[in-house]
Design a protein around this ligand. Sequence first.
Ligand SMILES: [Mg+2]
Length: 235
Amino acid sequence: MKLVMFDMDGTLTDSFAFDYNCYVLAIERALNLTGVVAEWESYPHTSSSCCLEEIVRRHRGHVPTAAESRAVQARMVEHMKELHRQHGRCTAEIPGAAACLRALQEAGYAVAIASGDWEATARHKLTTARIPHEAIPAAFCDVSHVRIEIMRTALARAAAHHGGVKFDRIVYIGDAAWDVRACRELGWPLVGVGHGPHAGKLRALGTTHVIPDYTRLEPFLAALDAAAVPIAQAG
Ligand SMILES: [Mg+2]
């Protein structure tokens, strides 16, 4: 059995600019901070939880409590709902993502989700984007700040979900530089998601196969078979 594991933001769902504002606003409002800036690439690990810890540490000199983290997550979901109600803006699916997940399962693939977002905010986005996620093994940054640990947890949950199977092949689907690094570290093949200059950047980082979206299933299935572990870069 083959496992196809998906990142969420930018891979299954398209909401980055909108998310960023909700995330920053949620931290400011829930923790009474001002001038919050999220510099995703500058933190030790790219996950919502690690990013929150670094932001709060820089503002207060110590990390937030678990209750404060939960308050930020709840506030973020509230902001997303409010934007939807007032402006009709909400998380969308990457075209064809929901149908692709169903088609993969019907074709006998195991699927999983591994996201650097919190479970509470991720499930809200997946539901809003109409991605079928409830029955899919998944792991989020609630289990670890570290992306490869989230991916390993999602792998363990997917294996358990399928009766302890050892997968013949694992392919990760992701859209960011940190996905490329994680796949290189784990030795997992990667299919990138992006178009235009973004696709070029993923290829330059060593991603062997990049798709623009999931509207054409055949090229995606071919990429799943042919994708390799991202090539290590010189230097
Ligand atoms: Mg992503």
